[in-house]
Structures are given as structure tokens and as C-alpha cells.
Design a protein around this ligand. Structure first.
Ligand code: UD1
Ligand code: CA
Length: 456
């Protein structure tokens, strides 16, 4: 196989998005458009990948990191001018160069492989990936001669009425003989309605030189969707969501209402897990088997075990074990590590806390900066008082301890192994293991005093 290179065009401003966020960084199912396409292109066994950056260059570089090399297009003079910026990195190479746009997030490696196959079989110098669009407005049109051979691509704005009737569009994805590409690109002019150097003009230039120009038409228009505005962005979101959700369902995950279930591209979910509507799974989330993720839950960058039930809850950057129940209405904040068979119940907030196996905080608690041992019971309304306005302090509750309802544990503090804290206590000092701590005012009953009050 000859060497393969790729150029991702990502320097344009994206004016039609009407956004401060640079176009190719707009997320689709939580992942920036440009990263979707870069990840697909990387599956093509490339020798080099160059991303052309301009607007928001630093942000794009930060996002993609070492996945790509970069070339700067300081002024956005068009797609041909953009490709030209890769010259110093690619011009001396021989092989095949794939060019894709950073705003086509749905394109798959399989389709690009099919285009590359056609390119090889036709012994072409350039092969265009085309598609049939119901509404081709805005796209470049593929102009073929009477025998069906591609002659050129005409941009929508430059097209005649007759040309605009053509439904076959340029998807903005091509593969070129690398040397031919960089030779022809110097001959592209900006004599057109937009005054830009169009990459598609390379086709006509190569054609006129008598080189073989081929086209591979995919029957999947969805995949080639170019996102120029927020209407197309929402379409991309819908298609990507379908693709991701179908993959999970075919892998054995039940989605009760896939139209209302939002799963990131990176999530990994085990078999027989059931996900109820309104759930958002963001970033790197891993869920085991036979778990139930209840309706309207939000999970982000977290690991959830097997047979765990999460109802109407929010979980961020945390790890949850097996056979755990969480919620309804619990909030597990970053850096929490919840063991197995733990119960975190209604209206419980947990932050930066480790929960040992079989421990419980079933109702109305705040547990922050804490290490909770195994088999601990934190009664209803238990609060770790972890913050004095300046610093955060650690609360330790050792194995088998029982904290009664409505207790304040003023950190730093340790409740020893098997100790009891009486309900309503405000505990300021360590409680030794096996002790009972009562830290509340003693009850006083004044006989018949209420009668006096009633008389008033
Ligand atoms: C482009 C194609 C059009 C095709 C469509 C497919 C051209 C002239 N037109 O049109 O035939 O049907 O894609 O979606 O190529 N970019 C740069 N530098 C620039 C200009 C653009 O890097 O100077 C990048 C953009 O960031 C974008 C991509 O190139 O990712 C395409 O640019 P865009 O302006 O979206 O082109 P379209 O009008 O969609
Ligand atoms: Ca576009």
C-alpha cells in the first residue's frame, strides 16, 4: 500500500454559526466536530495527519493535542489556500492525500476507505466523495458530462440555474495523488463570486491536464452532512445520537426511549444495562452489566459498576461500585469513590468522599471530604462540617460506626470503629472506637409549664 496522508481543514471562521465558539469546536454528542472527524481519519493508517488551523488555532490545538500536526492559515482565503499551508509538511512526499473538512463530523472511516478503494481501482489522480442531497442548497455541485464523467465542481454561489438543479453534491472529502495536489493547487485562482481559492477547482485543473478524475458516490447523505449553521448542528446531533444509541442497543443495552437518551461517543456500557429517558451520559463513562440508570440522570466521566441502580441523580468524575443504589435525587460530586452494596439515598450530596462497602447515607445528608469505612450508617441529616470559610478538613468514620440522625461532625474529626453518635449531636472532638458520644443539651421538662403559656 502506498503511503497515506490526511489534511483536515479547520481554519475557517464559521460565521454562519453566529457564535463566539470557533465552528469546528462546536460539540456533537459532547465531542467537538473536528475531533470526530480526526478520530475517524486516524483509523486510515496514516503516515501523517495535518490539521489546518486559523481562527481559534490554539483552542483547536489544545483540543486535538498530539493526535495531529498543525499548519497555520493566518488568513482564510479559501479551502485551496488552506490545503496549501500543509505544503512544507507534505509536498515532498509521494502517496495518497485525503482531504476532509473539520465540519463534517459524521463521516466514517469505512466510507473514506470505500473512496480510497475506488481511487486505487480507477488509478485516479483525484477521487471526490459525492452524495445525493434532497436539498443541495449551499453545497458544491458535481458537474458530469453526457457520458457521466466528472468535469468539475461548481460552488452553489457560482452555479447557474441549471447547475443548481443538480442534486449530486461535493461532500468536501477527496483523495489526491499527493504530488499532483500540490502542483495543481498553485494554479487555482480566486476568480469567483466569493473571491476565494476553492479546493474543488483542482478537479477541473487536473481534468484539463488529462488526468483521471473519479468520483465515489456514497448512498448515505447523512454521513456527509456539512455543519455550517446551528440547524445543521442539531441535525448532526440527531444523526450522531442515533448512531451511538443504535450501537449500544445492538451490543445488548436497553434504551427505553433512544430519542431522549444522550450518550457520549466514548461511553462504554455493559450488557443488560437499562437506561431510562432523559439520561445524559457525558465524556468517558463506563457502566457495568445489569445496571439501571434511572430517568433524568446525568453521569459525567465516571465509572459505574454492575447491578447498580441510579435514579434521577447527578454523578461527576466519580467511581461507583457494584450493587449500589443511588437516589432518587442524589448528587455525587468529583473525586468520590463509592464501594459495593452502598446506599446513597434521597437528597444526599457527596463530595470527594470514599464510601466503604455496605455503608449507607440514606436521606438528606452532606458528606464532603470524608473517608467512610465499611458497614457505616450515616443517619438522616448527617452533615460533615468540612469548611471553616478558609480551609477544608477531613472527616473519618471508621468501620461499623453508627451516626444518629441530624448530627454535625465538625472536621477534622474521627469517629472510631463501631462507635455511636447520638442523634442530634454536634461532635467537635474525636470519638474513640466502641464509645457512645452524646453532644447535645440535656433535656429539661418543666411540669405543667405549658398551661401557663396557654393562659397568656
Ligand atoms: C465546502 C466546499 C463545497 C462542499 C462543502 C461540503 C469549497 C470551496 N467548497 O463548502 O464544495 O460542498 O464544503 O461541506 O471548498 N476552511 C479553511 N480555510 C479557509 C476556508 C475554509 O480551513 O480559508 C475550512 C473550514 O474551517 C471548514 C472547511 O474548510 O471546515 C470548509 O469550509 P466552509 O466554508 O464550511 O465551506 P463550504 O461553504 O461548506
Ligand atoms: Ca462547510
Amino acid at each position: 500500500m502506498d503511503k497515506r496522508f490526511a489534511v483536515v481543514l479547520a481554519a475557517g471562521q464559521g460565521t454562519r454559526m453566529k457564535s463566539k465558539l470557533y465552528k469546528v469546536l462546536h460539540p456533537v454528542c459532547g465531542k467537538p466536530m473536528v475531533e470526530h472527524i480526526v478520530d475517524e481519519v486516524l483509523k486510515l493508517s496514516l503516515a501523517k495527519l495535518v490539521t489546518i488551523v486559523g481562527h481559534g488555532a490554539d483552542d483547536v490545538k489544545n483540543q486535538l493535542g498530539s493526535k495531529s500536526e498543525y499548519a497555520l492559515q493566518a488568513e482564510q482565503l479559501g479551502t485551496a489556500h488552506a490545503v496549501k499551508q500543509a505544503k512544507s509538511i507534505l509536498a515532498n512526499e509521494s502517496g495518497t492525500t485525503i482531504v476532509v473538512c473539520g465540519d463534517t463530523p459524521l463521516l466514517t472511516a469505512e466510507t473514506m476507505e470505500a473512496m480510497l478503494k475506488e481511487h486505487r481501482e480507477q488509478k485516479a489522480k483525484v477521487t471526490i466523495l459525492t452524495a445525493m442531497a434532497k436539498n443541495p442548497t449551499g453545497y458544491g455541485r458535481i458537474i458530469r458530462n453526457e457520458t457521466g464523467i466528472v468535469e468539475k465542481i461548481v460552488e452553489h454561489k457560482d452555479a447557474t440555474e441549471a447547475e443548481r438543479l443538480v442534486k449530486e453534491i461535493n461532500t468536501g472529502t477527496y483523495c489526491f495523488d499527493n504530488e499532483m495536489l500540490f502542483e495543481a493547487i498553485d494554479q487555482v485562482s480566486n476568480d469567483n463570486v466569493q473571491g476565494e481559492y476553492y479546493l474543488p477547482d483542482v478537479i477541473e485543473i487536473l481534468k484539463q491536464k488529462g488526468e483521471t478524475v473519479a468520483a465515489y458516490q456514497t448512498d448515505n447523505f447523512q454521513e456527509t452532512l456539512g455543519v455550517n449553521d446551528r440547524v445543521a448542528l442539531s441535525q448532526a446531533e440527531t444523526y450522531m445520537k442515533q448512531r451511538i444509541n443504535n450501537r449500544h442497543m445492538l451490543n445488548g443495552v436497553s434504551l427505553i426511549d433512544p430519542n431522549n437518551t444522550y450518550i457520549s461517543a466514548e461511553a462504554v456500557i455493559g450488557r443488560d444495562t437499562v437506561i431510562y429517558p432523559g439520561t445524559m451520559i457525558k465524556g468517558l463513562v463506563e457502566i457495568g452489566e445489569n445496571s439501571v440508570i434511572g430517568q433524568n440522570s446525568e453521569l459525567e466521566n465516571s465509572k459505574i459498576g454492575s447491578r447498580t441502580v441510579i435514579k434521577q441523580s447527578v454523578i461527576m468524575n466519580s467511581e461507583i461500585g457494584d450493587d449500589v443504589t443511588i437516589g432518587p435525587f442524589a448528587h455525587i460530586r468529583p473525586d468520590s469513590k463509592i464501594g459495593n452494596e452502598v446506599r446513597i439515598g434521597n437528597f444526599v450530596e457527596v463530595k470527594k468522599t470514599e464510601f466503604g462497602n455496605r455503608s449507607k447515607a440514606s436521606h438528606l445528608s452532606y458528606i464532603g471530604d470524608a473517608e467512610i469505612g465499611e458497614d457505616v450508617n450515616l443517619g438522616c441529616g448527617s452533615i460533615t462540617v468540612n469548611y471553616d470559610g478558609k480551609h477544608k478538613y477531613l472527616t473519618k468514620v471508621e468501620d461499623g460506626a453508627f451516626v444518629g440522625c441530624n448530627s454535625n461532625l465538625i472536621a477534622p474529626i474521627t469517629i472510631g470503629k463501631g462507635a455511636y453518635v447520638a442523634a442530634g449531636s454536634t461532635v467537635t472532638d474525636d470519638v474513640p472506637g466502641a464509645a457512645l458520644s452524646i453532644a447535645r443539651a440535656k433535656q429539661v421538662n418543666k411540669e405543667d409549664y405549658a398551661k401557663k403559656l396557654h393562659k397568656k
